[in-house]
Write a protein that binds this ligand. Structure first.
Ligand SMILES: [Zn+2]
Length: 89
């Protein structure tokens, strides 16, 4: 191999490495479902974690129903107290 060919091939492999590194830095693993997000799976950084759009949607639904959920928990606790009183616990 001539020296100029060698240099060319070194440069080509360096380009490849840089390309791969750039692509990898665009990839993130969802902290919740473990899927790898890359273009087709949009992701958002929350704190130090990346979370995919599907998990964010689920989180949003959970947050939207949080109030309802809290009321349900409060109600259950009330019932529990009443039952415990009734049972003389
Ligand atoms: Zn996810």
């Amino acid at each position: 191999m001539e020296q100029s060919d060698m240099i060319k091939s070194i440069i080509e492999s360096m380009k490849m490495d840089l390309y791969v590194e750039a692509k990898i830095s665009e990839m993130h693993v969802c902290a919740l479902c473990g899927r790898i997000g890359y273009k087709e799976l949009p992701m958002k950084k929350i704190g130090e974690k990346w979370i995919c759009i599907d998990c964010l949607r689920e989180l949003k639904e959970a947050l939207d129903s949080l109030e309802e959920w809290e009321q349900e928990i409060a109600l259950k606790n009330e019932f529990k107290k009443d039952i415990e009183k009734g049972l003389n616990l």
